[in-house]
Design a protein around this ligand. Structure first.
Ligand SMILES: [Zn+2]
Length: 374
């Protein structure tokens, strides 16, 4: 076990960029002597390793410290509305094995947890992992206040009231942590991504669904029922169709990958997919993308006025495949949000592209696990 100061030091080192003892002393407020003692202990217990030396000129060269990759193994489970992903990572959050499944395969089973456990066992066996140190679960749905149960995943029938934390813990005899996926994506960005030094930011993911994680003053926004940040179900056009959440005209009902394909199919003049048409600058394809970017941009400009973030990180296959959507989002936010709120604000791509959710699950496992050492 580690004491409070040791965990604090370890948390800075596990950001993974390499940090010197001198910088650790500055960041933690601990004395150089304490840092020397603590890092000695962390190294002897194989939490950390020494890396390269930096520094120039006549000054003393500083050794950079990193987490020891072999110290821990984490399992991430990312449950989305379209895919379920599993990943195994080392203590530097490098993915060692990755697999994905269609969520509809689970819908045909009576017991989704048994189905999931079977897949995890095969996955771990194929990876040659006898056990893992912690499991992180990110889910694009509603979780209970205690972060133990999945209450609901919109449009999926078999994930209501699923007691996932206790069941996984019982089966795999390891600590299990559950969180809504937008929030885990924000954790990943904060812990090992671009937001390490950013206190106010929003992470947005648009693929087969829309999720977001909001950090205010360095803390994740949860709200009283753990539902805060439900960006995908903000009403954009009440005359638009009914969303799978029951409401009408939600953002998620307009800008997801399948909805863009659908809008394109309804209006296209030549056969083919949206991606094919986009590649040859087809007018209808470009219009569909611009409209989607505008819708996301309008929602985000409202969010900017409410929360005044320093940065918005955007990721997911819609932005990856159709860069025009991203451009239109940027344009619309700058045009519509309050000009004092956008002063100095940046819109940036997420660090993890299509792997935001699974990186969220892995960093949730890693950070919760280390915090529990105190
Ligand atoms: Zn909705």
């Amino acid at each position: 076990m580690l004491n409070e100061s040791e965990v604090l030091v370890l948390k800075f080192i596990q950001q993974g960029e390499g940090i010197s003892r001198k910088t650790l002393a500055e960041k933690t407020g601990l004395s150089q002597a304490s840092i020397t003692k603590i890092t000695q202990k962390l190294a002897s217990e194989r939490y950390i390793v020494e890396g390269e030396r930096i520094g120039s000129g006549l000054g003393r060269k500083e050794v950079l410290l990193y987490p020891d990759p072999d110290k821990f193994t984490f399992l991430g489970i990312d449950i989305g509305g379209y895919r379920l992903r599993l990943a195994l990572a080392d203590y530097r959050f490098e993915i060692k094995r990755y697999e994905e499944f269609l969520i509809e395969d689970f819908e045909e089973k009576d017991n989704v947890l048994e189905e999931l456990f079977g897949k995890i066992e095969l996955f771990l066996a194929a990876a040659g992992a006898a056990s893992v140190d912690a499991i992180g679960v990110s889910v694009t749905g509603i979780i209970d206040k205690a972060k133990r149960k999945i209450m609901n995943i919109p449009n999926l029938l078999r994930w209501d009231n699923v007691d996932i934390v206790a069941s996984l813990h019982e089966r795999f005899a390891t600590p299990v942590y559950l969180e809504e996926s937008g929030r885990t994506m924000a954790f990943a960005e904060k812990l090992v991504g671009k937001a390490k030094d950013v206190e106010d930011f929003i992470v947005v993911h648009v693929a087969y669904g829309v999720v977001a994680g909001i950090f205010i003053n360095g803390e994740p926004l949860r709200g009283v029922n753990n539902v805060g940040g439900l960006l995908g179900h903000i009403t954009v056009d009440e005359k638009a169709g009914r969303c799978r959440c029951g409401n009408f005209g939600c953002l998620e009902n307009i800008v997801t990958f399948p909805m863009l394909e659908k809008q394109f199919a309804e209006r296209m003049q030549t056969p083919g997919t949206l991606a094919e048409a986009y590649a040859v600058n087809d007018k209808v394809a470009l219009d569909v993308c611009i409209e989607a970017g505008k819708a996301i941009g309008i929602v985000l400009s409202n969010v900017v006025n409410l929360f005044n973030p320093q940065t918005i990180y955007l990721g997911g296959s819609v932005f990856e495949r159709f860069p025009l959507v991203l451009e239109e989002v940027k344009r619309t936010v700058l045009l519509r949000a309050n000009r004092f709120a956008t002063l100095g604000m940046t819109l940036d791509k997420s660090s993890f592209g299509d792997r935001q959710g699974i990186m969220g699950a892995l960093t949730l496992a890693g950070s919760s696990f280390i915090s529990a050492f105190e």
